[in-house]
Design a protein around this ligand. Structure first.
Ligand code: ZN
Length: 129
């Protein structure tokens, strides 16, 4: 069964469809699994969830993911305004804006300024310029 990739793919697809069609049964099954595994396993899963929520760890994971992305995509995008063609300020995080502050719509400019004032304290904490 597992040796044949076509059959395997078909089996996985069928399972995926069944889980999508029966969300209640999936939920019940997860509950039964946890009850069967007992307290120690439940505590371990809670611990794991807390571990993944840790902001320091999340930050490390983000940095690793970004480094990997830069490794796979070495060419950075051109940050040129679509309106005037001048260079747009971009700190390398996320996606660069298409239009500079002078060329974007007034509502967009207000939104950007609001975001900048909201993000300022967080950026100071992380030491991001
Ligand atoms: Zn512009």
């Amino acid at each position: 069964m597992h040796a044949d990739p076509v059959q395997r793919a078909r089996k996985l697809e069928r399972g995926r469809a069944w889980r999508k069609a029966n969300p209640d049964k999936v939920k019940q099954g997860k509950r039964r699994f946890l009850l069967r595994e007992g307290k120690a396993r439940q505590n371990y899963l809670k611990l794991q969830a807390r571990h993944n929520r840790n902001p320091v760890r999340a930050q490390k994971k983000r940095e690793l993911a970004r480094a990997r992305y830069y490794e796979l995509h070495p060419k950075r995008p051109d940050c040129l305004c679509r309106g005037c063609g001048e260079r747009v300020d971009w700190n390398g995080v996320g996606r660069p804006v298409l239009r500079c502050d002078r060329c974007c719509a007034p509502a967009e400019l207000r939104r950007r300024e609001r975001r900048r004032t909201q993000r300022a304290p967080e950026a100071q904490l992380q030491g991001v310029a």
